[in-house]
Design a protein around this ligand. Structure first.
Ligand code: NAP
Length: 347
């Protein structure tokens, strides 16, 4: 028999959609993603981008404080044991995601630890194929597979992720390790400027490394960066290597000139990537309308509908603008309500 609702993805959007759908007695089935080396390398493991960060200080409801015993009581021992020790500073990304997952489970959400790799939206019920070869039918589908930050692809960059290398200044910029220290931002778009100006509040200096001689950022944003006394734009340059050690994490970034290849080191306790995101939409290409940047297109203003009736999208997979955990959770809630009302209309 077809599932009433299948949710694909396990970030804040997916779990919030599951909590709402479960409480509406829709018995949601969540495909949370597979635990594979390919997904690890791509940054698409279960629990999404938040699981790749450390402290989360901007998700409402988790001020500084010790959650240790709450986590111990809320989560199953086996899953709790696999997590990093609690840092007593509010909540970490992995902790927040485990709590959301558990909350969805508590209301009857069923979870499959696998990827959906293909979909057939031309028939009803819809058919979804998992990577283990099995398929499932669903009357309604919520896609919440998120997006992944683009990285340069250097080995040294990978080695210092979470120890100075980050793709989210808003998430990580205020951490003590970055305060009053020089920092590097890579990119020349609006995000790079936004990250640079945000970081300049904490950093002693911000080097913005851009590969061309002109910013891609909008004029007003570009002017903001150029006027900021703490920001120095390093033109026509790319990052050659991230330097550091086990004790301190990142200590410097080596850059190379685009034309002469000349190398030099910039002291930095962090490197923030702002070279764009890639939405996880490969499996719906040609099946749903996507934007020019391959995000799922919301087809009705202020609703989570997609180009196929009965298929809804939530979170970063459909949002290249806000990209926050709390906005993803918000649209996850919206998608569950939209799906519930759509299903009711079908009966
Ligand atoms: P973006 O506009 O695509 O800019 C990406 C930047 O990264 C470009 O400058 C690009 O260089 C550079 N880049 C890409 N790949 C690179 C690589 N491998 N090595 C070095 N540099 C690389 O992305 P975004 O800045 O994240 O912005 C995304 C969207 O969100 C845009 O529409 C933007 O307007 C919007 N946004 C708006 C605001 C705001 O209004 N406050 C804030 C943030 C984002 P090139 O320029 O050479 O291509």
């Amino acid at each position: 028999m077809a599932e009433k609702i299948v949710i694909i993805g396990s970030g804040p959007a997916g779990w919030t959609a599951a909590i709402y759908a479960a409480r509406a007695n829709l018995r949601p089935l969540v495909f949370e993603g597979a635990i594979t080396e390919d997904n690890r390398v791509a940054g698409t493991l279960p629990l999404g981008q938040l699981a790749l960060t450390t402290e989360v200080e901007n998700y409402p409801g988790f001020p500084a404080g010790d959650l240790e015993s709450y986590l111990d009581h809320s989560l199953e021992a086996a899953r709790r044991a696999g997590m990093a020790p609690h840092q007593k500073e509010g909540v970490s990304g992995p902790e927040l995601m485990e709590l959301m997952r558990k909350q969805a489970e508590n209301f009857g959400t069923r979870i499959v630890t696998d990827d959906i790799v293909d979909v057939d939206f031309t028939r009803r019920p819809f058919r979804l194929a998992a990577s283990n070869g099995e398929s499932v039918e669903a009357e309604a589908v919520i896609i919440a597979t998120g997006a992944r930050a683009n990285y340069l692809g250097l080995e040294s960059e990978e080695a210092y992720k979470n120890r100075g290398v980050s793709a989210c200044a808003v998430c990580d910029g205020a951490l003590p390790r970055f305060r009053n220290k020089p920092l590097v931002v890579v990119g020349g778009g609006d995000s790079a400027v936004e990250e640079g100006t945000y970081l300049s509040k904490f950093a002693s200096r911000v080097f913005m490394i851009h590969r061309r001689d002109q910013l891609r950022a909008s004029k007003i944003m570009a002017e903001r960066a150029m006027k900021d006394p703490k920001i120095e734009i390093v033109w026509n340059s790319h990052v050659d290597e991230v330097l550091g050690n086990d004790r301190e994490g990142v200590t410097a970034v080596r850059i190379a000139g685009a034309t002469d290849g000349k190398k030099r080191e910039l002291p930095a306790s962090g490197m923030f990537l702002a070279i764009g995101h890639t939405p996880n939409t490969k499996f719906v290409e040609g099946k749903l309308e996507l934007t020019a940047k391959k995000y799922i297109k919301w087809t009705v203003p202020f609703r989570t509908n997609t180009s196929v009736a009965g298929v809804f999208a939530a979170g970063d997979v459909a949002d290249d603008y806000y990209k926050q955990a709390v906005t993803a959770a918000g649209t996850g809630c919206m998608a569950a309500l939209d799906a519930e009302r759509w299903l009711a209309g079908q009966e």
